[in-house]
Design a protein. Sequence first.
Length: 405
Amino acid sequence: MNNEREIKGQPIIEVVNLTKIFGPKPNKILPLLKEGYNRSEIQEKTRHVVALHNLSFSVLQGEIFVLMGLSGCGKSTLLRCINRLIHPTTGAIRLEGEDIAKASEEHMRDIRRHRMGMVFQSFALLPHRSVLDNVRFGLDIQGVPPEEQIRKAQEALDLVGLTGYERSYPDQLSGGMKQRVGLARALASSPDILLMDEAFSALDPLIRRDMQNELLDLQDRLEKTIIFVTHDLDEALKLGSRIALMKAGEIIQIGTPEEILIQPENEYVERFVEDVDLSRVLTAKDVMKIPDPMIHVTSGPRVALRMMKEAGISSIFVVAKNRELKGIITAEDALSACKQNQSLQDIISDDIISISLDTPVAEIIPVIADSRLPIAVINEEKRLKGVIVRGSVLAALGRTRCDEP
């Protein structure tokens, strides 16, 4: 059973019982699959290759859905089935309800031109065309007027940070810049969906990280639906809203990065992720404690002292209406205020460290190591959502699969 967590958004693509068999008579192989023959047995017996077997999943509007697995697992074949560069043997591929597995070639060409953009690992740039002309190439095929082609191509180049390189040629660009041109070309037609097949795999590690960050920045601005193929687990964890881990033409588990790491469904998934640094995946919301107790700004220092004593803590966060964070007070300051007849407002310190819910644990560790006070976790409205102490971080990082019942 695939482990999918609810994420905001409506399905834009639904894949239902998808199977792809390569060979001269694929439909005659289907009964063998129903009888329980595995991939290797079918290949040895019939010389047919079961590339994909009975896949079902949905891709939500505005998410980065990552297809991940080792070479030969079927992830690129699946991507090409989704845009019908490869025709599936059986099953449905619904694009906002329409089964494009049954669409005519002419209709599919129209979908590829206007609704789905493709970014390849090999860049696929035309060497005799300038950067601008490479980006506008797809628009030219669509029959878009030349002036509009130039405008849309320029907007796409601006988006990917290549302003000023319009007249350059591919052989004058670095690998990362070439990939930006490929991304700009895909974006120029304003597609609803971006299909990215090992798009960054050919790049040097530093450039690859830069391109991953560029893609995340673009996604924040454009909110495209992206299906991203990779064999790199770290890349999948960094980019994916959800990840589909594949093996031998089947999907083994679907989940968020945290779910894949913390709740592996079987031994294969567990082995796949066993060497991952959890601090790079877990965020503040995963390791924070409920901010209880906390004290309202209108209370007094004696109430603060009592609450700290009952909870066994030496500091407490101060909030206003709707948990808006105002600061922190320590037991020492509260005791001093009682002796000097001061109010709570007189001793509130705003010299606190606050972080967002999505701050990675890897960034939290050095901060909390140097802080004598807890860290406040706040949302965009500066409302206190949680508290982080050293113990909660260590406990989260120390969780292992064997801890589960």
